[in-house]
Design a protein around this ligand. Structure first.
Ligand code: PSU
Ligand code: MN
Length: 311
C-alpha cells in the first residue's frame, strides 16, 4: 500500500483529513498568489498570516499546491516555504495539472486548479484574493481565465474581493452568467467590488449580509446538485481602499505596457501585478494583503456557519 500511496498523484494533510472526517469547517486556499502573485518574503508571511486567521476563526486551513508532481491539499510550513522561495515554481491551472504531475514538477495552483483539488477533497469553501477573468480586449484575444469556466463546472464557493480592473469586469460578469455561476456580494451593498475598490460600477445579481445567509446559499447550491460554483465577492474594507485611484492609474499604465511588450497567456496577470506594485511603490501590495486577510476572516466565518448548517 505504501508503494501505491507514494505513487498517487495527490495527498491530503493529516490536519485536513482529520477535520473533514469530524465534519469540522475547512477552508481551501490557493498558492499561485504565493508563487506568482506577490514578491518574496511578503508572499510567505501573507500565506502564513492567512492560515493563522483561518485557525483563529475556528476552521482548518488547506493550502493547495503541487510539490514534486503531487497535489497537496494542506501544506506543511516547509512545503509552503519551498513554494514561496523557489523561483522555478510553476503557475498551475487546470490545463497544466497533467503535465506538472507527470513530470514531477512543483508549482502554485491557480483558482481553477485549487477548485478541482478542493472539490476532490470535499471542501466547499475556498478563499483567495482575486480571481482571473476576461482580459481587456478579451473579445479579440480570447484571453479568458480558466477560473471562469471552472466556476461553471465545479461546485465550490470562491470567496474573493471581486475582479481586478486589469480585467474587463462587465464581460467577466456576462461570462459567469452564461456559465450559470451565482455571483453574490457579501455585506450591505449590491455593488460588485473591483478588488482594490469596493465598487466596480456593476452590481451583483445577489447579495447576502452575514455568514449564516451565505452558508444557506451555499447549502442550496449543493442540495440542488448544481455542478456550477458560486462567487462570493467581499468588498475591500473602506480604510484600505484609499489608494484606489493611484492604483487604478498604475493599472492603466501596466495594461498598456503589457500589450506593447507583447506579453500574452499565463504571463499577463503576474506581469501586471508586479508592474502595478512597482508603480504604486508597494501600495497595491499593502492593499492586496489587507483584503486577503479580510477575505480569510469572512470566508472562515462562512465555512463555520456552513458546517453548522450541514450537520
Ligand atoms: N489575481 C490576483 N492575484 C493573483 C491571481 C489573480 O490579484 O495571484 C492569480 C490567481 O491564482 C488566479 C490566476 O487564479 O492568477 C489567474 O490567472 P490567469 O489570468 O492567467 O487565468
Ligand atoms: Mn489568460
Amino acid at each position: 500500500c505504501d508503494k501505491l500511496s507514494s505513487r498517487s498523484d495527490w495527498t491530503v494533510h493529516p490536519s485536513v483529513s482529520r477535520a473533514l472526517a469530524e465534519n469540522k469547517p475547512v477552508v481551501a486556499l490557493e498558492s499561485t498568489i504565493i508563487t506568482h502573485g506577490m514578491p518574496y518574503p511578503h508572499n510567505l508571511s501573507t500565506a502564513k498570516e492567512v492560515e493563522d486567521i483561518v485557525r483563529a476563526e475556528g476552521a482548518t486551513p488547506a493550502t493547495v499546491g503541487v510539490i514534486e508532481g503531487k497535489v497537496h491539499v494542506g501544506l506543511s510550513s516547509e512545503e509552503l516555504e519551498h513554494l514561496a522561495r523557489c523561483k522555478s515554481s510553476l503557475k498551475v491551472s487546470r490545463r497544466d495539472l497533467p503535465f506538472v504531475i507527470s513530470k514531477g514538477l512543483s508549482g502554485g495552483t491557480t483558482v481553477s486548479a485549487t477548485m478541482i483539488a478542493a472539490h476532490r477533497a470535499g471542501i466547499p469553501v475556498f478563499v483567495t484574493g482575486g480571481i482571473g477573468g476576461v482580459h481587456r480586449d478579451g473579445e479579440k484575444s480570447l484571453d479568458i481565465s480558466a477560473d471562469l469556466t471552472e466556476l461553471g463546472r465545479t461546485p465550490i464557493a470562491v470567496v474573493s474581493a471581486g475582479v481586478k480592473s486589469i480585467l474587463d469586469i462587465g464581460r467577466t460578469l456576462e461570462f459567469l452568467e452564461t456559465h450559470g455561476v451565482c455571483v453574490v456580494t457579501y455585506g450591505k451593498s449590491k455593488h460588485f467590488p473591483a478588488f482594490f475598490s469596493p465598487r466596480s460600477g456593476f452590481t451583483s445579481p445577489c447579495q447576502v449580509s452575514n455568514p449564516a445567509e451565505a452558508a444557506k446559499l451555499i447549502a442550496s447550491t449543493l442540495s440542488l446538485g448544481h455542478q456550477s460554483g458560486l462567487l462570493l465577492a467581499v468588498p475591500i474594507p473602506e480604510e484600505h481602499a484609499a489608494a484606489g485611484k493611484q492604483i487604478e492609474e498604475a493599472i492603466q499604465a501596466a495594461v498598456t505596457e503589457a500589450s506593447a511588450k507583447g506579453i500574452t497567456g499565463r504571463d499577463v496577470t503576474p506581469f501586471i501585478l508586479q508592474k502595478v506594485n512597482e508603480l504604486t511603490e508597494g501600495k497595491s501590495l499593502q492593499a492586496n494583503i489587507a483584503l486577503i486577510h479580510n477575505n480569510a476572516r469572512v470566508g472562515s466565518q462562512i465555512a463555520c456557519a456552513l458546517s453548522k448548517e450541514m450537520n
